[in-house]
Design a protein around this ligand. Structure first.
Ligand SMILES: [Zn+2]
Length: 99
């Protein structure tokens, strides 16, 4: 499988945003060696997916909850099929109202 290039790096963030993303990443529970061995690349990809979603949200990139929504994200939310995605205030309100 060829590597997907997302083009998202912490270099594009302001110092405050880098700290914010780092704090989120550090808040993720560390994996034991056994878990890393057992889960390997899948977990590494999930971890990066999450960190990158937080980074996009921190930059206020477009909401990814609904394909047609292009409002700026104000945070992240776990999507049932997409995993953690940046979400705008309006979509979050809709999702929370539906639950
Ligand atoms: Zn939205």
């Amino acid at each position: 499988m060829s590597g997907q290039e997302h083009g998202y790096t912490t270099h594009e963030l302001s110092p405050e945003q880098v700290e914010q993303v780092r704090a989120i990443a550090l808040a993720l529970p560390p994996l034991t060696e056994e878990q890393q061995d057992a889960l390997g690349e899948v977990v590494a990809q999930a971890y990066m997916h999450r960190v990158q979603a937080e980074a996009r949200a921190a930059r206020g990139e477009p909401c990814e909850w609904f394909a047609l929504c292009d409002r700026p994200a104000e945070g992240t939310m776990p999507h049932p099929t997409l995993g953690l995605v940046p979400i705008c205030e309006r979509c979050r309100a809709k999702v929370e109202a539906a639950r």
